[in-house]
Ligand binder design. Sequence first.
Ligand SMILES: Cc1ncc(COP(=O)(O)O)c(C=O)c1O
Length: 271
Amino acid sequence: MAVGGGGDAAGNSIVDIAVNSGDFDTLVAAVVGLALAWAYSAPPFRLKLNGWWGNAALPEFNTDTPAVRDFFAAFGGGLLLVDEAHSLGMLGDHGRGVTEAAGVEDDVDFIVGTFSKSLGAIGGYCVSNHPQLEAVRFAIRSYIFTASPSPSVIASTRAALRLMQQRPELRERLWDNAQRLYDGLKALGFQVSPQVSPVVAVTIKDRNQAIAWWQELLQRGAYVNLVMPPASPTSDSLLRCSVSAAHSNEQIDRIIDAFAALQPDSTAAAD
Ligand SMILES: Cc1ncc(COP(=O)(O)O)c(C=O)c1O
């Protein structure tokens, strides 16, 4: 968990919390961090809660609604922004994300998300019932003096949104696939996150080892995302496997087999 700070053009303090793990202690640490930030910066401030890496935080919020409610209630004086980048399409009865799953959509001031993950397009959104949402149109760097998304991007985003709404069974399939891969990699002894999520991330201590395994997996037909410091949240590297509803059981098993065949790289430093 990381707590960062900053300020916006309107002079508000921004408290930016990146949550990398979904356990309750992390949430408590986030609250303590926020309290400290509150103490050192005069309200009004904005809080940005960031479920990072899709590893763990979001499903935990789903099952721990009271903790989320307490968390929100404790900072009722601020504005809360939730980033649904990793939960849109994955959580909630309609796929709207962690806030829908936790039943707290009305308690959140701003919800942002990206079209670039579950929707397979590019661009993003910010929704709010606050009139201040208008300010976004005039102030945010990525909106002003930039081209609008092309019609093809908008069309494919809308098509993906329709599928998300009309075919909830895809969401079930996604979670089945994620669970299958997660269980398989865990059984092989790989270090995975505490909870299953559609991004199954394997933690590798040594970056040379991570690079070697990433290449080996590619040769065996499994493309995964290699994340190394400083892009990874700690000094560890990650092999992130993005699972989709379109994967078949056979494909998931092939990925597990590819991991099973990995041998420690002799050039990698010992832990
Ligand atoms: C938590 C989170 N928010 C926002 C984004 C931004 O996504 P994009 O720039 O692709 O729209 C990402 C991308 O990885 C992310 O992980």
